[in-house]
Design a protein around this ligand. Structure first.
Ligand code: CMC
Length: 382
């Protein structure tokens, strides 16, 4: 008999993991024991992927061959490109295009015959998916602009190469480093909804392509990955309203509106990733236009100091400052959630493989609250 119902699985432990840990009261996040601050400051996204997938930070030679293997897998098939073009022409949402692309990648998988429990092969498949996502996404954006896709540049790391394929211009060091940091910050985050979705799929011993496709789907919702786009839309709404940001946020909270980028199921204090992104947003603002940074800080101060939301455990999450960072890097607003997916794919793959090492089918139960003993009436008599 199941009688302990935990709606939303809040606080329920379903697995052991060595990958990441969140202290929601202290605002601390670690990947395999390393603080997110140290990783964001000192590592590259490729190093973090290696850490998550192989259990330790790579030595120089390990990183070199790992990065080379990722670089080699960047190209996507002509079929994927043609599909990105069709979807761009049809005005499809970028997250839907990405979901379709990841699903299509399996058609050219050289190890498609590998057994589901061949975890080494699954890791190589995961590496191929991670390498191809930026290429497919950038191609989708180029087609939307009526331009041809740009081939990956093997001399650039994953973050810089994505910006290059997106814009056709080599990013400067600040842009490349900022974007690389954003990818590190989003790479893993315990059993969030999309990671758990990937694990549920992986627990059936379905392949890693299915698990990542499911992760993209779960991330697309506004309560999860979609919030970063919502934040930027709110900032633009404020700007276009010509209202003082303070007046706008007072009205919005009086109307009971939820402010995107605030609140988190696990953090009761400010998300450490928001602290780092806030710094980056401030630096970018100092070089260019401080409007977006100023609006975000006004909202944060009001909600924190006037409304006392932080005392209620509602504080800025990772999305609150990522929107203004991406905007200042010139990334289109509806690409923010796909970028989150681009990074989080690394975490999904790590969690699925870790779980499959000691797999148990994930199969919870619901408490039945429907009627009992209904008398069946044949269709013609209803
Ligand atoms: N703005 C204003 N009030 C809020 C907000 C917000 N963004 N989020 C929660 N609250 C209030 C909510 O109204 C409720 O108040 P009361 O108890 O008076 O009814 C209280 O805080 C608890 O809310 P909840 O919905 O029970 O909290 P939850 O843990 O289920 O929800 C959340 C977490 C992320 C879904 C929610 O905070 C939210 O909708 N935030 C906005 C969307 C967002 O930023 N999502 C990104 C999450 S972080 C990235 C990720 O991990 O994907």
């Amino acid at each position: 008999m199941v009688d302990d119902l935990k709606k939303g699985l809040e606080g329920v432990l379903v697995a052991e993991s060595e990958l990441s840990s969140i202290d929601g009261d202290e605002g601390r996040l670690i990947y395999r024991g390393y603080t997110i601050e140290d990783l964001a400051r000192g590592a590259s996204y490729e190093e973090v992927l290696y850490l998550l997938w192989h259990g330790h930070l790579p030595a120089e030679d390990e990183l070199e061959s790992f990065a080379a293997a990722l670089t080699e897998e960047r190209a996507v098939s002509d079929d994927v490109l043609a599909t990105m073009e069709r979807l761009a022409d049809a005005d499809e949402q970028p997250m839907a295009a990405l979901r379709t692309a990841v699903s299509m990648f399996s058609a050219t998988e050289p190890e498609s015959d590998a057994e589901a429990d061949d975890l080494e092969a699954s890791l190589r498949k995961g590496r191929r998916i991670t390498a191809k996502i930026p290429t497919a996404l950038a191609a989708f954006e180029r087609y939307r602009l009526g331009e041809e896709p740009i081939d990956p540049d093997p001399d650039l790391g994953l973050a810089a190469n994505f910006l290059y394929m997106l814009t056709g211009e080599q990013p400067d060091d600040v842009a490349a480093e900022t974007f690389d940091q954003a990818l590190i910050l989003h790479a893993d985050h315990g059993l969030n909804a999309s990671t758990f979705t990937s694990m549920v799929i992986g627990s059936t011993m379905a392949d890693i392509y299915s698990a990542v496709t499911g992760g993209v789907s779960a991330l697309s919702g506004p309560l999860h990955g979609g919030a970063n786009q919502d934040v930027m839309e709110v900032l633009m709404e404020i700007d276009e309203s010509n209202k003082d940001p303070l007046e706008w946020v007072e009205e919005a909270t009086d109307e009971g509106r939820r402010i995107p980028g605030f609140g988190h199921r696990v953090y009761n204090v400010k998300d450490p990733r928001a602290r780092i992104l806030q710094e980056r947003s401030k630096e970018l603002a100092a070089e260019g236009n401080s409007k977006w940074y100023d609006i975000t800080t006004t909202i944060e101060e009001y909600l924190t100091e006037e409304k006392g939301l932080v005392e209620k455990g509602i504080a800025p999450n990772v999305d609150f400052y990522s929107g203004s960072v991406y905007y200042q890097l010139g990334i289109p607003i509806d690409m923010y959630t796909p970028i989150f997916a681009m990074s989080r794919a690394g975490g999904w793959i790590a969690h699925v493989l870790e779980y499959q090492e000691d797999n148990r089918l994930i199969r919870p139960r619901a408490r039945y609250t429907g009627p009992e003993n209904q008398e069946f009436v044949p269709l013609e008599e209803r």
